[in-house]
Design a protein around this ligand. Structure first.
Ligand SMILES: [Fe+2]
Ligand SMILES: [Fe+2]
Length: 345
């Protein structure tokens, strides 16, 4: 299969949704929401639009005081985690259009465009947090953290290199690898950081920042669902790409990501944050990776971990009744979207 960048406008394209494909399709590139193949994508688009929020509407004055009252370990973790989140959301904002150029389903292009916009809002929220919470020199240090922190630089470089591999060589295999990398980023790389903020929130600390993070996570859950959908449709439409060796490579990508995320989470918290021990981080990230792999139809890496080790985290992330899994939600916070079931597609 050849992968070519789609044309801005293709007058020889097919309008027939039956001929539509996630990648390698012959799209006109016109957007017709009443003529879609991937119904889940239009529903997801509406959920994403309905999640619109403005970072500055959350007051952070209390957090400015709270930041000064954090102990040294908490403040250092806070700074380093924000620094990594700034990187992740900036990278997503910049890279998603690279993927979108090869997706030949307009309803999915729309979702990726909204996602790009939401990643920009997340970046805006970090700027607002840093403006509100700390002094200008601390803010500059947080933006520059990767220059001095080798762990952070190594992580940032590793993720960027995965994405650049596709940009430099846009083969079908590399597209699947980059979709997997996005799925891992959305579903795993944010989570040590999120759980740190929720651990603070549980103690009544930095509640404004915790609210910002909850809104961000609500968006990230839809991004995770989007990449789950893209991955599964590509597999369904192009089974020849998914050889046993390739599937194993994708699982190994997840294993590497788990190891990086655990090492990072343990490095930033240093076993000194109440409610977030090294052991819990290890179990939590492995547990999450199992959940993520199952959703892609892949065999889990850590079958010994079946119980969520930090159930309290879910009370923070399940905001407004939004279920953590878009495709399994029974009660929805969006009145017009209906239940989705992959088996019906
Ligand atoms: Fe984001
Ligand atoms: Fe995201």
């Amino acid at each position: 299969m050849e992968l070519t960048k789609k044309k801005l406008f293709n007058e020889h394209g097919d309008r027939d949704w039956g001929k539509r494909r996630m990648i390698g399709g012959n799209t006109t590139n016109l957007i017709e929401l009443n003529n879609v193949k991937y119904e889940w994508a239009t529903k997801l688009y509406r959920t994403m639009m309905n999640n619109f929020w403005i970072p500055e509407e959350i007051p952070l004055a209390q957090d400015a005081k709270g930041y000064r009252e954090l102990n040294e370990h908490e403040r250092q973790s806070y700074d380093k985690i924000i620094s990594f989140l700034i990187f992740l959301d900036s990278l997503q904002t910049a890279n998603l259009p690279n993927i979108n150029e090869y997706i030949t389903a307009p309803e999915v292009n729309l979702c990726l465009t909204v996602q790009t916009f939401q990643e920009a809002v997340h970046s805006q929220s970090y700027s607002y947090i840093l403006d509100s919470v700390c002094a200008a020199e601390v803010r500059d240090r947080i933006y520059n953290e990767w220059r001095d922190d080798k762990h952070l630089l190594t992580r940032n470089r590793f993720i960027t290199d995965l994405y650049e591999r596709f940009v430099e060589n846009p083969s079908p295999d590399n597209l699947v690898r980059t979709v997997m990398a996005n799925y891992i980023l959305e579903g795993l790389y944010f989570y040590s950081g999120f759980s740190f903020f929720y651990a603070l929130g549980r103690q009544g600390k930095m509640l404004g920042t915790v609210s910002e993070i909850k809104y961000i996570q609500r968006d990230e859950l839809t991004h995770l669902a989007l990449f789950q959908g893209i991955f599964r449709e590509i597999w369904r439409e192009n089974p020849e790409l998914f050889t046993d060796a390739f599937v194993e490579e994708l699982r190994e990508m997840m294993r590497t990501a788990v190891e990086h995320e655990i090492a990072w989470g343990q490095y930033i918290t240093a076993n000194r944050i109440a409610g977030l021990s090294n052991e819990l981080i290890d179990q939590y990230i492995k547990y999450l990776s199992n959940e993520r792999l199952k959703k892609l139809g892949l065999t889990v890496l850590y079958p010994e971990i079946v119980e969520h080790p930090m159930r309290w985290v879910e009370s923070f992330s399940n905001m407004n009744g939004m279920k953590t899994d878009f495709f399994e939600q029974k009660v929805t916070n969006y009145s017009k979207s209906s239940n989705l079931n992959w088996d019906e597609l």
